[in-house]
Write a protein that binds this ligand. Sequence first.
Ligand code: ADP
Length: 366
Amino acid sequence: MAYLTLRGINKIYPNGFHAVHDFNMEIEKGEFIVFVGSSGCGKSTTLRMIAGLENISKGDFYIDGERVNDKGPRERGVAMVFQSYALYPHMTVYDNLAFGLTLQGVDDDVIEKRVQSTAAILGLTPYLERFPRELSGGQRQRVAVGRAIIRKVNIFLMDEPLSNLDAKQRVTMRSEITQIHRETGATTIYVTHDQTEAMTMADRIVVMKEGYIQQIGTPYDLYFNPVNMFVAGFIGEPPMNFAEAVLKNGKLELGENVIDLKPVADKAVLDEYEGKEVVFGFRPEAVKVGFAADADSYRIRCMADLVELLGDNTNVYVNYDGINSILKVDPHDSPEIDSAFEFAIPYGSVYLFDKQTEKRIKLRKD
Ligand code: ADP
């Protein structure tokens, strides 16, 4: 059995709302797992059931082989960091860090050592005598993380810990948390609605929607092999482009542009979907403009409606016969606004989905 096992976990709140449906997952010791999804999809509820802060309505939760459904947070050996820092305002950073250990009756000299080493990991050594009000948001969040790691627990749970920080601080703390994870080796479950945080921090990501797991996989898996349109659209920024079409003779008509799928898909797959509505997908960053396109790619003529220069790349909003897409291109290759131009989608960057079920259609049966 894995280190953490969630088997058929459900949450039905007292008002009857079914917030989490049949959550199944195994987590290995030391993994960094991120639960991601839009607000209200059940991430926090699942985390709180793991923490022991919310009872499990149905299903079994095991830590290291032991069923712990009926155990409280302390007995489970978890530490949790929340979105709000909840520091004690009248205590110094030192005392905020030391507080939990003091309550446990740990010796003062042990506390001193642990506070110093935790402060060193988090870069808080110069601030130990300060009060929370004398710290920046990022520093306060570090103290909150410090209070959790000082307890030397095996399992860390974090619920949107960076959402009160500004964009720059978030990027810094992101890498710091990853670093702390490397140093402590604690199994970590991290909740966020931000796909960039999920992609950059996770060993494995769990994508959730409306209380259901959509997919569990490495960042690489989710980006390149999404199981459905939701995951394909959620992971990646800007999101994957979609265009609906009916498959006719193995081809899709996107306005005047024709996508012949025969070179990229098995005949059996095309036969199965012949005459059916499908959704064609490609990522904004997969396209080529200018002279870089190779022969094995689809060419699409379009108009540039809007051009956003972001520095390292440019987002070009295009339309072709009423279909809207976003292309992420090198600023030097960017077309002029209101100009007609051609872009290319390499054969290997094409996705297809069943319009009815929104599931991915594998182009090759292997
Ligand atoms: P997330 O963390 O993904 O934003 P939550 O787990 O907080 O989502 O909530 C999932 C769903 O459960 C939401 O629709 C929310 O409104 C609902 N919910 C959360 N707490 C309660 C509660 N105590 N009683 C009833 N419904 C709740």
